[in-house]
Design a protein. Structure first.
Lengths: 397, 506
């Protein structure tokens, strides 16, 4: 087999061994915690169901464009299936697995969504609109660069301040919760006298959204553009606000060289450990932490967020039943942030799991999770505040 | 295969759509495709997956829903295939034009009687949830299959499933104490051993046992009452190496004798072929070639009893030349790694395949698992290994060369007292199979079946697979012509139109 790189595009033909592996094995371990299956109770949206559908497309038994949207767009890309899959556990894959060699419902839908676009299929309006906006404006909301530039100016940062950027991604400052999250991080960095800069409107989406939508061509354009921007500004370190961007930079960018890539929770933890920030106030709150899929399962970052929370005076950290590797998605992965399918409420199911441990606050570390859980908890009328870890840290400084 | 008339299928779909909610019914092709295959190897033996594709998938929410579906299926003569987790050896595949019943919505615990050690639940509850429900209350489930994450409770009764602690507690056929069944005419019956819940009755006969293991051919199980037990205070695991199959097997036979049944919940042998490969790919460790087998045991119970039994177990192992050496991976490694693999048992199809080498395709498991009396176990084991060698020798069955491989020549697991389920597993490279391969496999299987019977053994222990178009032939030989006719008579009385999972042939 040709040695491959992780950012590589995958075709259904190249993915054939994984599809057959799943059909051969048929363990169904992916069902137990697949949030899409949990909602719809239809195996068609699980990795086990999708692999059979992919094989049927390959054999010509069914046509891709006849597949209902609920099948193609239900997967939220949480990669639970990839983690528990019997065929991924034994050994080669565990050690060397890539996007091409792991059995993954997420990869399957990304391939199918991409094929649908290539074949001129009708993509749900919410997704096509967000995709067009990402391509044109670098964010899914269709906002021009002035909004982001004005916001960055309002933060009053030094114009040239080292080779590290805080990469806030494409939801900031357009979505309120994400903006508050970013502002808290900036404020903490200032307190800790961290040298960093921000790129304003030059910072476009990492491409993570586009790959999940199946817009592979636009994804690669975005990658190329971002690499050029980073090189032009002589950037050597990227601190990501969103786990999705963090994951994209780590796994899907081929030319970043020795670029240091960190999630902001890793930086905050270091600042606390090094004494660059110290807490002066007590927060008497019972807090639970929601692991983002792309920080936890996909990148094994479970400890730093918890250590930060435990270090805040007065915080009592309680774990949900589904936490760390088994944490359930907020529903905002994949295309879930943009497309609401009928009778499909992963966010509310997660809100119920949060409620089960009776916290005052649920701490998040991802803008997608923040938006989804905030809305879900409000719609359930639960008396629980959703706060980013940075906001909780800021409260205690 | 009999073709179901399209008009009848369409009429059934129209009628069932009037009785159930829209989200309980799927007739779209992607969903039908998603519900046609199963883990078992039957699909290997067909050229076209269309043979397994249902016409409709229905998700009942209650026994009343099942009654409506069955009545309509009976009226329009549509085959019914009830499905659980589809991780069994055969029976759960769809069939062309059938209605698949998916019990995902019938997953509730209905009753817990702690003083009488009885729990009643709907058929669709996943074993993982069921086991956890009991564990949270300080109990142990006696339904403990390897694929607990995916299997459903109803399917355990339908296949008379295996239980990890079978040496002491028996399998599903023992631990199921009551079932609710919807018959082909739409009647609902509550069956226990003589009466619904108690295990004994002075009148009538054991109707329930006829349904256990019948794979949905007599009716649709909608709820079950099972027995459970208190959590034992202490467990001890031990594993010993042996240079000869004979020694390892004799040690295993003695460990599983009636003297120790109460505390020896499980014992098992492993051949070096499988365990060596496992250690090689998981731990990068070379298994010493002179260690042919290992035998292990799991002791459960009160601390003093378990500790006393451990001393006896050690004596038994030593008596049969059991030993341990530094060049064998540690007991902990074997226990933990094997448990890790067994937790994903079906993924073992990757161990000898390209998947383990370069991330290519894994194989399909073909489980054989004869039930062998201990009086002939050692001899049968050697003979079966010779029969397995014919698969790969390139001469006996050339059409199987490169398409079917021996994964495990046999792991001994306790069946009923004095009998062992010999877990023999083959690997098939499905993509390479053609009609020539299929014929060769069936020819090999006939020879294997005669060999198994010659040792007083039966073909199906835990997983034992039999190709569907050979089942009548095999059944007549294994149980006898008159007994076969009796089965047909009972089937006809209960299901005169043959709609209940008719691909399971009589």
């Amino acid at each position: 087999m040709v040695e491959e790189t992780k950012y590589m595009s995958v075709t259904l033909g190249e993915y054939d061994p994984q599809l057959w592996s799943c059909l051969n094995c048929f363990c169904g371990l992916c069902l137990e915690s697949c949030p899409a299956y949990r909602e719809l109770k239809n195996e068609v949206t699980s990795a086990r169901g999708l692999s059979q559908i992919c094989l049927a497309i390959r054999s010509g038994e069914i046509k891709l464009l006849e597949i209902p949207d609920k099948v193609l767009y239900a997967c939220v890309g949480c990669r639970w299936c990839e983690t528990v899959c019997s065929m991924n556990a034994p050994f080669y894959i565990k050690r060397h697995g890539t996007r091409r060699t792991k059995v993954s419902g997420t990869t399957m839908v990304e391939i199918l969504r991409s094929m649908k676009i290539e074949q001129g299929g009708k993509v749900p309006k919410e997704i096509s609109t967000a995709g067009r906006n990402l391509a044109k404006f670098g964010n899914p909301y269709g906002e021009g660069g002035k909004v982001k530039n004005d916001w960055v100016r309002s933060l009053d940062l030094p114009s040239k301040n080292g080779d590290t950027i805080l990469y806030t991604g494409s939801m900031v400052p357009y979505e309120d919760n994400s903006r508050k999250m970013a502002e808290a991080i900036v404020a903490i960095f200032k307190v800790g006298q961290l040298k960093f800069t921000m790129l304003g409107s030059e910072e476009r989406d990492s491409g993570a959204f586009l790959r999940m939508m199946g817009a592979e061509g636009l994804f690669f354009e975005m990658v190329k553009n971002n690499i050029e921007v980073f090189k032009r500004h002589n950037i050597n370190n990227i601190i990501c606000l969103s786990p999705h961007d963090y994951d994209a930079f780590r796994h899907y960018y081929e030319d970043l060289g020795n670029m240091g890539i960190m999630h902001y929770t890793q930086v905050l933890y270091e600042m606390i450990e090094n004494g660059r920030i110290t807490f002066t106030k007590k927060i008497n709150k019972r807090v639970t932490y929601h692991d983002p899929c792309y920080l936890g399962r996909q990148n094994d970052i479970y400890d730093e967020p918890r250590k930060i929370l435990r270090s805040i005076p007065g915080v009592q950290l309680v774990e949900m039943e589904k936490s760390k590797e088994t944490a359930m998605c907020c529903g905002g992965g994949g295309t879930g942030l943009f497309l609401e399918l009928p009778n499909f409420h992963i966010d509310k199911a997660r809100a119920d799991q949060i409620k089960a441990v009776n916290p005052d606050s649920v701490a998040v570390s991802c803008p997608n999770c923040y938006q989804m859980l905030d809305a879900a908890i409000k719609s359930r009328n639960y008396n629980i505040e959703v706060k980013d870890i940075a906001q909780l840290v800021m409260e205690a400084l | 295969m009999e073709v179901i008339p399209m008009e009848a299928v369409q009429s059934f779909i129209n009628e069932v759509s009037k009785k159930l909610e829209a989200d309980q019914i799927s007739t779209d092709m992607p969903t039908r495709i998603a519900y046609r295959a199963a883990h078992g190897p039957e699909t290997l033996l067909h050229e076209d997956m269309i043979d397994f594709t249902p016409a409709i998938v229905v998700r009942p929410r209650s026994t009343e829903d099942v009654i409506e579906i069955v009545k309509l299926a009976n009226e329009y003569e549509i085959p019914i295939v009830p499905q659980g987790g589809r991780t069994g050896s055969y029976g759960a595949e769809g069939m062309q034009g059938c209605v698949v019943l998916d019990f995902a919505n019938m997953n509730k615990v209905l009753n817990l009687n702690e003083k009488s050690y009885r729990i009643t639940a709907q058929a669709g509850i996943r074993l993982k949830d069921y086991i956890r429900f009991l564990e949270e209350r300080g109990y142990v489930s006696l339904e403990y299959p390897t694929m607990a994450w995916t299997s459903t409770l109803g399917a355990r009764a339908a296949v008379a499933g295996y239980n990890k602690f079978e040496n002491t507690w028996g399998g599903s056929a023992v631990n199921t104490k009551g079932i609710e069944v919807v018959l082909a005419n739409g009647d609902v019956v509550q069956l226990g051993r003589g009466s619904p819940i108690p295990t004994k009755n002075v009148t009538g006969f054991d109707l329930m046992s006829m349904f256990l293991g019948s794979k949905g051919t007599f009716g649709v199980i909608t709820a079950l009452t099972e027995q459970f037990i208190d959590k034992p205070a202490k467990t001890i695991y031990g594993v010993w190496a042996f240079k000869k199959i004979e020694d390892a097997t004799e040690a295993y036979i003695e460990l599983t004798s009636s003297k120790y049944t109460g505390v020896m919940w499980r014992a098992k042998t492993y051949h070096k072929m499988r365990i060596g490969r496992m250690m090689e790919v998981m731990e990068n460790k070379v298994w010493p070639d002179d260690v042919e087998m290992v035998t292990d045991y799991n002791l459960f119970g009160e601390p003093k009893v378990v500790e006393a039994m451990e001393e006896i177990a050690i004596d038994i192992m030593k008596k049969h030349n059991g030993f341990w050496r530094n060049d064998i991976p540690s007991t902990t490694e074997i226990a933990q790694k094997h448990h890790e693999v067994m937790g994903k048992y079906i993924g073992m199809g990757s161990l000898f395949s390209d998947r383990i080498v370069d991330g290519g395709m894994g194989y399909k498991l073909v489980p054989l698992d004869p039930m062998v009396p201990h009086s002939t176990l050692v001899e049968a084991y050697r003979a079966i290994i010779k029969q397995l060698e014919k698969i790969e020798d390139g001469e006996s069955y050339p059409a199987l060369t490169g398409k079917l491989f021996v994964f495990d020549p046999g792991a001994a697991v306790p069946g009923e007292l004095g009998y062992t389920k010999l877990w023999v597993v083959l690997n098939a490279n499905w993509k390479l199979w053609n009609n020539e391969t299929r014929k060769a496999f069936k020819d090999w299987f006939r020879e294997y079946a005669e060999l198994v019977w010659s040792y007083g053994a039966a073909l199906t222990g835990t997983h034992g697979f039999i190709p569907s178009d050979m089942r009548t032939e095999i059944l007549k030989k294994e149980v006898g012509e008159k007994e076969y006719e009796l089965m047909k008579t009972i089937k006809k009385a209960l299901d005169p139109k043959n709609i209940m999972n008719p691909k399971i042939r009589f």
